[in-house]
Design a protein around this ligand. Structure first.
Ligand code: NAD
Length: 511
């Protein structure tokens, strides 16, 4: 049963889709895709609004973030209802992943960005400081397109959007066709507090709409989604010579050392792989456990996974897959693993007791590196466990992937954990925690390899929506440059004396 179905186009010729709940399969809504003409008029409004928004200054822009935060906190039930309706996930998970993270990000950025975006006076070195002053101004790029996926529909639309907004850009959000109304909340949040017209808008639609936005004349694209789409967007941005940040898929490894607390590590593995039904870009996809503790660890994981509850409402732990296509992929990975010799230690099948797109929380043993479940991103509630004989072997296996998003290391010795983490070639790593970097707004977040290009969050993330423009001011009012010509032998000799004086033997203190 497909969750997103094309239906008859609107009288104006806009393509339309009908959406069903992945939990109950009941209809939740319909939406129209923006056409190229719609995108053009959305972008024109964004372009008109941008100079005024930038001129307002960062302190006043921060006030809008604070008002949006108050709106989010006041109306959190309404926001949760929309996301639960489209995803079927437990309300607690929506509160953790979408609402808490959104509130924290709004609050943090409103407080920190005015400091980060202040004009900087550079302290120049050597002789330069005698002759020049430099100020770096953080200019907005202009109009930013934010294209988001379905797995964290509010936070992955809102978080890049507010970083772009606070930097003085106007924003067009294109949410996923699988969770369009949840993504649109990022825009509703600001519309409801009276943000000036055109500052943040939504373009509803699918991949075709996203492509029209990318090609529509924006100044930057911030994309979160699959590697395949990321490559297409990078190509289009390269042709247009506009920057893009790409937050793509992952295949994160967890390394469990011999001295790790087994209960804690088992709990971390289960949360890391089952949170958001495993549809978490930094979800735990591969677990490497030292052979001397693998049995105790596996038993604990299996007990915990068997205790997880799946349901459509009320109190439960693991929701449905949000999209039928992803359910098919999870099923294919588990089938492939079993056919290649893996053992199902828990779950292993679609949960047919429930009406929707449910896959049982699954633990696999006897997995080998060649299986799809180890090679590719599964993005579902599946936890494959591999026994290893040393930390070196675990690090080698963890790094044996085209992806490089995140990962985790579990040990009683934090410093040892940090040393292992620094050998893992991923955008971020956690020690004794599931991968939570995205939820820490101070920390730069981004993938290596196929997991992405560029970083969001933290000062680097906000500044990625700016052009750092150095303005150089001559301390002599330009007199030196004005008197530069004609060149002469004596001028040449003086240049040589200066170079020798600065960097020759017995170098000057002002170099
Ligand atoms: P997707 O690439 O299919 O779609 C993402 C978005 O791009 C959607 O809005 C879609 O409509 C749009 N799109 C599709 N084709 C397009 C095109 N040609 N041009 C422009 N836009 C287009 O990805 P998905 O299935 O929605 O998301 C799941 C993937 O996202 C997973 O791989 C997951 O790991 C990744 N993800 C990464 C992060 C991260 O921060 N690194 C976070 C969440 C999800």
């Amino acid at each position: 049963m497909a969750i997103v179905n094309a239906i008859e186009a609107s009288p104006q010729g806009r393509r339309r889709f009908e959406l069903s709940s992945p939990a109950t399969l009941e209809k939740v809504g319909e939406f129209e895709c923006a056409t190229e003409a719609d995108i053009a008029s959305i972008l024109s409004r964004a372009r008109d609004a941008q100079p005024g928004w930038e001129a307002m200054g960062v302190e006043l822009r921060a006030e809008f973030l604070k008002r949006a935060l108050a709106n989010l906190v006041r109306n959190q039930d309404k926001f949760v209802d929309v996301i639960v309706g489209e995803s079927g996930k437990p309300r607690t998970e929506v509160l953790m992943m979408d609402i808490f993270a959104a509130a924290d990000s709004l609050s943090f950025l409103a407080r920190k960005s005015p400091k980060w975006l202040k004009t900087e006076k550079l302290s120049l070195h050597g002789i330069l400081r005698l002759t020049k002053r430099v100020e770096v101004h953080y200019q907005a790029l202009g109009v930013v397109g934010v294209i988001s996926p379905w797995n964290g529909p509010l936070i992955l639309s809102l978080n890049p959007a507010i970083q772009a907004l606070i930097a003085g850009n106007t924003v067009v959000v294109k949410p996923s066709e699988v969770t369009p109304f949840s993504g649109k909340l990022a825009v509703d949040l600001f519309a409801e507090i009276g943000i000036p017209d055109g500052v943040i808008q939504v373009a509803m639609g699918d991949g075709e709409t996203g492509a029209a936005l990318v090609d529509g004349g924006v100044d930057k694209i911030h994309f979160t989604g699959s590697v395949a789409t990321g490559r297409k967007i990078a190509e289009s941005c390269a042709r247009q010579l506009i920057p893009c940040t790409l937050e793509l898929g992952g295949n994160d490894a967890m390394i469990v050392c011999s001295d790790a607390d087994l209960d804690t590590a088992a709990g971390g593995a289960v949360t890391g792989s089952m949170f958001n039904t495993g549809q978490y870009c930094c979800g735990t996809e591969r677990v490497y456990v030292m052979e001397d503790i693998v049995d105790g660890f596996t038993d604990r994981v299996v007990d915990r996974v068997n205790a997880l509850r799946q349901d459509t409402s009320g109190e439960f732990d693991v929701g449905p897959m949000f999209w039928d296509r992803q359910l098919d992929k999870v099923e294919q990975h588990v089938t492939d693993a079993v056919a290649s010799g893996a053992t199902v230690l828990a779950g292993g099948h679609k949960n047919d007791k429930l009406p929707g797109l449910y896959f049982e929380p699954t633990v696999l043993g006897d997995v080998t590196p060649d299986m799809d479940v180890m090679q590719e991103e599964t993005f579902g509630p599946v936890l494959p466990i591999v026994s290893v004989s040393s930390v070196d072997e675990a690090v080698k296996l963890a790094n044996d992937s085209p992806y490089g998003l995140s990962g985790s290391v579990w040990t009683a010795d934090d410093e040892f954990g940090v040393r292992i983490a620094s050998r893992i070639h991923t955008g971020s790593v956690s020690v004794n925690d599931m991968s939570v970097t995205y939820g820490i707004p101070e920390a730069p977040f981004g993938g290596r390899g196929d997991s992405g290009v560029g970083q969001a969050n933290g000062e680097i993330g906000v500044k990625s929506f700016c052009h750092a423009q150095p303005i150089v001011i001559d301390r002599f009012g330009g007199k030196q440059t004005a008197q530069q010509y004609p060149y002469s032998r004596s001028g040449e000799k003086m240049m040589q004396r200066i170079i020798r004086g600065l960097w020759g033997k017995g170098m000057s203190r002002i170099r």
